[in-house]
Write a protein that binds this ligand. Sequence first.
Ligand SMILES: [Zn+2]
Length: 275
Amino acid sequence: MSAATLNDVFKPALEGHYAIAGLVVLGWEDARLYVEAADETGLPIILHAGPACRRHTPVQILGKMFRHLAEQSRVPIVCHIDHAKTYEECAAALDAGFTSLMIDGSALPYDENVALTRRVVELARPHGLSVEGEIGAVGYSGGAASSLTDADEAGRFARDTGVDALAVSVGNLHLQTEHAAIINRDLLSRIEAVTTIPLVIHGGSGVDPAVRRQLSKETRVKKFNIGTELRQEFGRSLRAHLAAHPTEFDRIKILTGTVDPMRHLAAKIIRNLGP
Ligand SMILES: [Zn+2]
């Protein structure tokens, strides 16, 4: 199957009342096993290349890698750039073969966020790429504080920019290592009342899986970004593998120990959000 956009995977998700997993990629091993997990479940996923991933591996390589995996898969795979902060980063991602862009102007004043996001929408449209913007700011556990999304501003932002998906701050927080987030359903409902576009929850690892499932069914949250939960499983399985194989030194063999546990968890996450 060829690479998909957010619109391709959100349309059936909206009709079927389910959501899609946005899985944070750090390298070849996890990107491949996420796609294997998607194939196993028969459900689409969104592969995320975030800032840490792009610092580690050039975006040109990531683009080819994601597209290759998408072409081998039997389900739609969205090749998505996460948290691009500049127009130039988005243009480079477009050139590299990504099918979806997140432009994060959430730290900017409203007008500047709109102007930057609209420029990226204008860049993406002729090429058929989807664009996710952010309004309000999702903070980081142990780092920058959150600023809750203002519902009226979210409605205006969606209209003013023409984005395909909107990341909102409704109690979610990046990098949480426990399911500690309390989602403000009232705020979410007020946002849903002023815009019809699909919403995105960043920091999905911090949201209890039962709550994720409930939100997938009952709201227009159509993407949960999941990174920390999977990275925790990577750390756990790697330590267990090394303890069980104390003399192993080959990189490929060592990493093999993480693949089955991570694929199993990824499939569980995808299914939990799915129909
Ligand atoms: Zn994020």
